[in-house]
Design a protein around this ligand. Structure first.
Ligand SMILES: [Ca+2]
Ligand SMILES: [Ca+2]
Length: 250
């Protein structure tokens, strides 16, 4: 025998109304953009004027299509808008554009040549972060083949570091990229903050090109934003409001 459905269409409509109110309240938390192509130089394309601490082993100039080029071969730091770029052990690395495959977004990207590891550190962002806050990210990782028959491997990592007592770190991406054709790949995703009480966060991107092959690694088009979890008090008020609405209508 078929079970009788005791729910009336009217009651179902009340549940729907309550659910809609809940979702509306939850979505009012604004997305805060920390890095994208137009915020804090996520495309690495902002004009570079006399980057600090770029003496010694530095070559500067204009890339093949008009982008700027600041490269180093002896360690140190290149300071560009929004970022500090450093290499602990030399090699050839920097902000570069020399041909049509060297940038994913605009004219400039960060490049690491063979036998170098590069750390790309964002400026520090302040906020009030709570466990569960969602950090949304994307980046394009490039593999540019330079005379090595497509064997080049580059290890890429994006990591968030928070200033809480737990020293929370979130690994957003950790991967080794090898593409015999030379190309970019897109990464995007979301990671939830797991610590408590952080008031500052910054992003560290690293490229390790000491793996197989002598090509170049590149990173471009980094974006980072976060959505704060709704305050518990507002969730509770919303839930109570929904229940009260249902009660009045019964
Ligand atoms: Ca770019
Ligand atoms: Ca390599």
């Amino acid at each position: 025998m078929k079970k009788k459905n005791h729910s009336s269409p009217f009651k179902n409509s009340l549940v729907l109304a309550s659910t809609t109110a809940f979702l509306t309240a939850g979505s009012t938390a604004a997305t805060v953009t920390l890095i994208d192509s137009s915020t804090n130089n996520g495309s690495f394309d902002d004009a570079i004027t006399d980057p600090g601490n770029s003496t010694g082993g530095t070559t500067t100039g204009t890339g093949g299509s008009g982008g700027q080029r600041y490269a180093r071969t002896s360690g140190g730091t290149i300071e560009i808008p929004g970022w500090n770029i450093s290499s602990p052990d030399g090699g050839f690395w920097g902000v570069n554009h020399s041909d049509s495959t060297a940038s994913y977004d605009g004219l400039q990207s960060v490049v690491v040549n063979d036998n170098a590891i590069v750390a790309i550190t964002s400026q520090t962002f302040t906020g009030t972060f709570a466990a569960g806050d969602a950090f949304n990210f994307s980046a394009a990782f490039g593999n540019r083949i330079v005379g090595d028959a497509g064997t080049n491997q580059v290890a890429y990592n994006l990591r968030l570091r928070f200033n809480d007592t737990e020293n929370t770190q979130l690994d957003l991406v950790s991967t080794v990229f090898q593409d015999p054709t030379g190309s970019y790949i897109d990464y995007n995703g979301t990671a939830n903050y797991t610590g408590s009480g952080a008031t500052e966060v910054f992003l560290v991107a690293t490229m390790n090109n000491k793996l197989a092959g002598a090509g170049q690694g590149m990173v471009d088009a980094i974006s980072l934003s976060y959505d704060a979890i709704p305050e518990p008090s507002s969730l509770l008020l919303c839930l109570l409001g929904g229940l009260g609405f249902m009660h009045r209508r019964r």
